[in-house]
Design a protein around this ligand. Sequence first.
Ligand SMILES: Nc1nc2c(ncn2[C@@H]2O[C@H](COP(=O)(O)OP(=O)(O)OP(=O)(O)O)[C@@H](O)[C@H]2O)c(=O)[nH]1
Length: 409
Amino acid sequence: MNQPAITYFALIAPACVVLFGFALLTCWYVQRRQPQAVFLLWLSGSFMSLATALALQSLMSNAQLGQFALATACLYLMGCWSLAQGMSLRLRGKGVSVSGGLLIASVTLAVLFYYSQLENNLLLRIQSLAFAMALMQALALPAFVQLKPAQDWVESLVRWTYGISVGYALFRPLAVSLLPVNELQELTRSGYWAFAQVMALVFAMLFTVGLLACSVRDMVTNLRDERNRDPLTRLLNRRAFMEAGQSVLADRRLAPWALVAVDIDHFKRINDNWGHAAGDQVLVQLGQLLPQQVRDKDLVARFGGEEFILLLNRVQMSEAHPVVDRVRMQMRAHAFEHLPERIRMTASFGIVPVRSAEELAEALCQADALLYAAKRAGRDCVQAAMTVARPIDDEHAAIESVADTALSA
Ligand SMILES: Nc1nc2c(ncn2[C@@H]2O[C@H](COP(=O)(O)OP(=O)(O)OP(=O)(O)O)[C@@H](O)[C@H]2O)c(=O)[nH]1
């Protein structure tokens, strides 16, 4: 590989791709405790592999390209498979087909062996390798089906860059067949080679910039979630609810509002009878049940222990009561996993109207007071401001309430 100094300029593109690979590796290292960050490792490996192949080939004559055709093809194919693997893991948390990758690789290597060792045909080697690389990248395309819309332009940039790079890779075999014969005389000194390098660099750059921006955004979102979400139920915590509540109550279009305090009845018995883990599961499932029963824009928070708070938008008290009663009945009818089938949980509720952000703290105290009035009234009931407690109805009478459960159950 004795080359004039000018040839080493061809190493600029692969060197940049290696740097991008290191940037992705660093990004993975920072987030390594999060299992989903592993896609960054695959993408970094992909960049390293592709850059190594590109660098090696840039230093080779046509004769050496034939001699090392299988080794460089392995690097290219591994690079493209890792790229597809990383992208698929990122988009749907599931990798691409290993057997599909092995099949493409074995067929391609067999073709390359034939056209490098048995019959020397550079054009067919380039075409078959380019086509195989496109197929490898296309292995990630199922992840694009039924994908949620991108949440911002950076996410769109990453997706589009990948999609265009698959399209470009599919177009390359055709482009190669249109090359003038003299371009193939000394491939790695040709205009085609320079163009391929520039394209590799542009895609790697756009892809990396987009991915790094997405990673930073994800890290900020995770940190915000850590701060704002209850770790068990993933609902808003008290601090985040107070913040979000202030802004909801400042938006007059969402008026009038109702604040609901919810507390599971006899929750201690769940812990005592079936263990703390079962108690945690009840909280998790209630954390899923409550948001399903209210509108998307309503706020649902866990204030600690077995107490939850709802802030309902655009409801008069007369409308809020039936909504909350429906939640109460759902709760009663719900068969909680990790508890015996016969056991049903109930909850008590207090509802108050809220007219402004300034009233929020006071409304919370009132809702809490009504909630405890509901407990005193026998539990499994709704106490609304200016209303009397509804008696416990006898639906599901055949089902054992946790209140009836002996500690030895
Ligand atoms: N499993 C689990 N238990 C919790 C959690 N937070 C609080 N608890 C338990 O919740 C129970 C609450 O008990 P109490 O305040 O006596 O209320 P209760 O048994 O629901 O009775 P009433 O509210 O009067 O109907 C306590 O035993 C707490 O230890 C949690 O995150 N997970």
